[in-house]
Structure formats: structure tokens, C-alpha cells
Design a protein around this ligand. Structure first.
Ligand SMILES: Cc1cc2nc3c(=O)[nH]c(=O)nc-3n(C[C@H](O)[C@H](O)[C@H](O)COP(=O)(O)OP(=O)(O)OC[C@H]3O[C@@H](n4cnc5c(N)ncnc54)[C@H](O)[C@@H]3O)c2cc1C
Length: 451
């Protein structure tokens, strides 16, 4: 599918993609497939040769939306070769045995734990193998003229500039491209940070094997805090502890090794025996921030565009940020198809098609925090999940839970919310009807008894 770039581009012009993270690399592959030449600028050195940052989201859950995008460039099989399928949640109470809750009615559908670094490297390899793609590492974007497409980069040897007919910001939640548009008064943004941060901890293999069930996403719901753990191919688990950043019960409140040990022994008693480096991890791994980024517009003049976290970072509680960023790339490709590669038409269309969906998953991710932190352990929630699974089995394809629609389909996120609301309304009406019928029957029986 080779098309000649429009918008007055010549064949020698390169589209600039800023950020060789997950979305940026995938986007470079998709654009090259369309016949564009792409310059991919990344502030970091080549991660395939460097060291991994300590305590920064080592693994992530990849589900249908991300896989759908990877399939389109023939990478899904390679990525899935090292993935660990997680078929449900394993809930760890403070006392008692862990309980498994399947994600799907049949228990067969799974989200996939994958190494973020390995995924990024696979995408980098795929992009680097394409003759149309040129990757410039150690290039941090620090300036952008949205009118001319002139970019300024800081490199280890000083500042350098480049010009592109189209500049696409795939440079993550703290996007410099978004910052430049903001600085030029061309965009408004809102950043809603949670009071919660996150810290990564490790459960190493135990006797050469996984210390916990590797086919589950483990959750320790504790009301005001929560920990999750995802399995890694080396048979370790990466735990992520979510906790307020400040206050009496917070990351700031554990000042000594003894306090750390006491805290985990009290609230996460099954963890210390499995995590010999707990205190060291806790003391040395950074606390990451969590928040929702909203901005508008996502493009300026059909010349500068934003996608992935740069346009709409979300909190990680639905495991959808990367999946959503990958879906952005698929949709932008579709918009270019629909606009015959006219960027001035395709970028506004992309925003129009994606913004409501990004907002929908942002809201669902925030709601899911409450569900994971508080509700998953409650008997009422567990009963509701069983009812939902029964309904899914009784009405296949007609009743589908929100989790299944989000994680195991590519139904647009905004449509998922609408459909789930409809399903709940119908259920509510059926339940109300059943109660009314029951009350009527009881009333009739009572008056018969009186007569
Ligand atoms: C704790 C945690 C857990 C998560 N778990 C999941 C999960 O299970 N499933 C899921 O789908 N998502 C998850 N996410 C979200 C996911 O990580 C992001 O949504 C995803 O990485 C977004 O991809 P991106 O390419 O838009 O941004 P990024 O992955 O952040 O990539 C941005 C790239 O741009 C580069 N860059 C930044 N600034 C500049 C600059 N000035 N110049 C040049 N380059 C620059 C960066 O170095 C980076 O390589 C999680 C996030 C967190 C924090």
C-alpha cells in the first residue's frame, strides 16, 4: 500500500515521529508501510544496548486491542511467544487463602503479561529493519515551531535542528510536543494527578519456579492501598504497590527498614517470605506519579499531531494505556486511508474519532481503581461477577461484561460504556419486574389466606 505523501510533501521529506516508545515505534512501522519516510527521534540512548531504569513498570498487560495492532504488522506472534497469559485475578486477603476470579465466563480468555522492555525492543527492531525509517537516539525535543515544523533537539554533542512537513508527538505523558503547542498558545491541557503513587517490588523465583500462580494477575486489595503482581518470563513477579504519596499511611510514612518490615507483615503478610529484597526495593525504587492527561486539540493545522499518552495518558488500573495507544495508531492509519493521505483532513478526523474513546477509557480506568482497591474482595462483588458470568453464558453475545468488552474486544471504548449502561438498565428493569411480580404474588397469597 504505497501512497505518495500529500500536503505538498516531496518524496525526500520525512515525517517526524517524536518518541520511540511503544506508540512511536509502532507508528513508524505503519507509516513506512504506507510509503512514507520516517525520522523517529528518541531522547534516550538505544535501549537495546543500555541499562533498564530501576523500578519503572517492567511489565504490562497486553490485551486484544494491542494484539490487533501488532497483528497488522506481523509482530503479534513474536511478542506473544514470551507472553504469560493471565486468565483471572487472584485475590489475596489479609487472612486466609487467595481466591481466583476468572476474567471470562468460560475461563478461557486471558490478558497477557509481557515485558515492556522486550516489547519496545521488538518494535524498535521492526522499525529499524525498514529502509524507510531512520532512528535518531539521544535526541530530546526541546523546541518546535508548529508553523514551519522546525524542531530543535538536545543531543550529547549539542543542539541540532530538523524540519518536517508533519510532526507527530508520541512522546508520552510528559510530552514535549504537547508542551510546545501549549507554549505557543495552541492547546489547552488538564493534568489530574492522583494522590496515589506507585512503587515496584520484586518476588524472585522460588526454587527455580514461580512463587505464585503465573496464570493470574495477583491483587492485594486493602481499601486505602493496593498491590498487584504480574508474572515475568524469568519466573519472577513484578509487584506494583499503589499507595498515597503523603500522609500518615503513605509512602512517606515508612522511614526505617523495621517500619517497612512491620507494615508488610501486617498488611501483606504473604509477601515478606516471598520477597527477600523487599526492604531494599522499597527504599531504592522510585515512587512514580499517576494521573490523567487531557488536552485539546490533538492537532494543529494538519501539521503537528499528538497520540498515545502524549494526547491522553490515563491511570493504569484497566491495563489499557498501551493498548489504547496502539489502537490510536490503527485509527490514524485508517484516517489516512479515508482521507487519501491528506494530513490536514486526517489529523482532525483522528481526533474526532478517538477523543471520546480516550475519555471513556480514562473514566473506566479511574473507576476500576476503586473496584480493584475495595470491591474485588467483597462477597457482593464476587456474587455480581458470578451473576454476570451466568448471564454471559445464558445470553452469549447479548450480555457481555464491561471487562470482556474492554479487554477482549475492539469495541470502541465509548461504545463499551454505552452498551454496559444499556445492559445494566435492562437488568435493573428485569430485576424490578421480578420483585414486583414477587410482591404481587405474595400479596395475592396473603389476601387468599385471609379470605
Ligand atoms: C505503573 C504502570 C503500569 C502500566 N500498566 C499497563 C498495562 O498493564 N497495560 C497497558 O496497556 N498500559 C499500561 N500502562 C500504560 C502504558 O505504559 C502507557 O500507556 C504507554 O507506555 C504509552 O505509550 P506511549 O508510546 O504513548 O508513551 P511512552 O511509552 O511513555 O513512550 C514515550 C517515548 O517518548 C520518549 N520521549 C519523551 N520525551 C521526549 C522528548 N522530549 N524528545 C524525544 N523523545 C522523548 C520517551 O523516552 C519514550 O521512549 C502502565 C503505566 C504505568 C505507569
Amino acid at each position: 500500500m504505497s501512497t505518495l505523501p500529500s500536503s505538498g510533501m516531496t518524496e525526500r521529506d520525512e515525517i517526524a515521529v517524536v518518541g520511540a516508545g511503544l506508540a512511536g515505534c509502532l507508528l513508524a512501522c505503519f507509516l513506512a508501510r504506507r510509503g512514507y519516510r520516517v525520522a523517529l527521534y528518541e531522547r534516550r540512548p538505544d535501549p537495546r544496548t543500555g541499562r533498564v531504569e530501576r523500578g519503572r513498570s517492567i511489565n504490562l498487560a497486553l490485551s486484544e486491542r494491542g494484539l490487533d495492532a501488532l497483528r497488522r504488522i506481523g509482530l503479534a506472534e513474536q511478542v506473544m511467544a514470551d507472553a504469560l497469559p493471565m486468565r483471572g485475578r487472584m485475590i489475596h486477603p489479609v487472612d486466609g487463602e487467595p481466591q481466583f476470579q476468572s476474567y471470562s465466563a468460560a475461563g478461557t480468555l486471558a490478558i497477557n503479561s509481557i515485558s515492556r522492555g522486550a516489547l519496545n525492543n521488538a518494535l524498535l527492531d521492526a522499525a529499524a529493519a525498514l529502509p524507510e525509517v531512520r532512528i535518531a537516539f539521544d535526541h530530546r525535543l526541546v523546541g518546535l515551531d508548529p508553523a514551519t515544523g522546525e524542531m530543535t533537539f538536545e543531543t550529547p554533542t549539542g543542539k541540532t535542528t530538523a524540519v518536517a512537513p508533519v510532526v507527530l508527538g508520541a512522546d508520552g505523558a510528559g510530552s514535549a510536543v504537547r508542551g510546545q503547542l501549549l507554549g505557543h498558545g495552541l492547546l489547552t491541557e488538564s493534568l489530574d494527578f492522583l494522590d496515589y503513587g506507585y512503587k515496584e517490588l520484586t518476588i524472585p523465583p522460588l526454587g527455580g519456579d514461580f512463587a505464585l500462580d503465573p496464570e493470574a494477575l495477583h491483587i492485594w486489595p486493602r481499601g486505602t492501598s493496593m498491590m498487584i503482581a504480574l508474572p515475568n518470563p524469568d519466573r519472577s513477579f513484578t509487584c506494583t504497590l499503589f499507595w498515597p504519596t503523603h500522609g500518615t499511611a503513605s509512602f512517606a510514612s515508612l522511614g526505617s527498614p523495621a517500619a517497612i518490615e512491620r507494615h508488610f507483615a501486617t498488611h501483606y503478610p504473604d509477601l515478606p517470605p516471598l520477597a527477600p529484597n523487599l526492604v531494599d526495593d522499597y527504599q531504592h525504587n522510585p515512587v512514580g506519579v499517576l494521573g490523567t492527561v487531557r488536552c485539546t486539540p490533538w492537532q494543529v493545522g494538519g501539521k503537528v499531531g499528538l497520540l498515545g499518552d502524549a494526547a491522553h495518558a490515563i491511570v493504569p488500573f484497566y491495563g489499557q494505556g498501551a493498548n489504547c495507544a496502539f489502537e490510536d495508531v490503527v485509527e490514524l492509519d485508517r484516517c489516512l486511508d479515508d482521507c487519501a493521505d491528506d494530513w490536514a483532513a486526517a489529523l482532525p478526523l483522528f481526533q474526532q474519532r478517538r477523543q471520546d474513546n480516550a475519555e471513556a477509557i480514562a473514566r473506566m480506568a479511574l473507576t476500576n481503581f476503586v473496584e480493584m482497591r475495595d470491591k474485588v474482595a467483597s462477597p457482593v462483588f464476587q456474587l455480581w461477577r458470578r451473576v454476570e458470568h451466568a448471564l454471559e453464558r445464558a445470553l452469549p453475545g447479548r450480555y457481555v461484561s464491561q471487562y470482556e468488552l474492554v479487554s477482549f474486544s475492539t469495541t470502541p471504548y465509548a461504545e463499551v460504556r454505552r452498551r454496559v449502561r444499556r445492559q445494566h438498565r435492562v437488568l435493573g428493569a428485569v430485576a424490578a419486574g421480578a420483585v414486583a411480580a414477587l410482591v404481587g404474588a405474595v400479596g395475592a397469597a396473603v389476601s387468599r389466606g385471609r379470605r
